[in-house]
Design a binder for this molecule. Structure first.
Ligand code: GRF
Length: 200
């Protein structure tokens, strides 16, 4: 399966996907990495592994629709069947969703539906939760709300800061994102309403 990974920053989840393909855990190919930030370290990670990596400048395109049309061109040119959002800091609009409905995944550093949106780990600390975690879900038209594929828990320690908690959640992100992608690649997910059933 040809995968596109959309990024904006450091790209550690992209790295986890690359590593799981290179180790043979995931039978798929990253055919393009697309960034909306020219200086995203994720672009360097991709290049180091010989992966086609491009920057699409949102400032050069007048609207979200035009921007997504540009992304779509790159997706089609690279025959992408699945899109992974990996620290991509833009909300997916109708143009991309319309073409890739049910074929866009996101990873979020919280146990959704708690703490959607930005700074999820800080939201969790500030709320005083005892358990935090991460979620891989399908993307729909509402932020961080689509059907949940996998979640993993992390205990919150009394002396945790936003950063220490984020680091421990990130370790789990790097495990569940490749696991969730593998389930999609192996066609082992079935939708029942908004519930995602995993075929054993
Ligand atoms: C991760 O915490 C991910 O859950 C969130 O953004 C962060 C991206 O980190 N959506 P990285 O760029 O994959 O290192």
């Amino acid at each position: 399966m040809n995968i596109a990974v959309l990024v904006s920053g450091r790209g550690s989840n992209l790295q986890a996907i690359i590593d799981s393909i290179e180790s043979g855990f995931l039978k798929a190919k990253i055919s393009v990495v697309i960034s909306d930030k020219e200086d995203a370290y994720a672009l360097i990670r991709a290049a180091k592994h010989g992966i086609n990596a491009i920057f699409v400048d949102p400032r050069k395109l007048g609207s979200k629709e035009l921007y997504e049309i540009e992304i779509l061109k790159a997706l089609k040119a690279n025959c992408c069947e699945l899109i992974l959002l990996a620290g991509y800091m833009r909300i997916i609009g109708k143009t991309l969703l319309g073409q890739y409905k049910g074929r866009i995944l996101n990873i979020h550093p919280a146990l959704l539906p708690a703490f959607a949106g930005l700074n999820a780990q800080k939201q969790a600390i500030d709320h005083g939760v005892k358990v935090a975690g991460c979620t891989v879900h399908f993307v729909d038209d509402t932020l961080d709300s689509g059907p949940i594929i996998l979640q993993r828990c992390v205990d919150v320690k009394e002396d945790d800061t936003d950063e220490t908690l984020a680091d421990r959640i990130l370790e789990q992100e790097h495990k569940i994102y490749p696991e969730a992608v593998k389930l999609v690649v192996e066609n082992r997910l079935r939708m029942e309403g908004r519930k995602v059933k995993i075929i054993k």
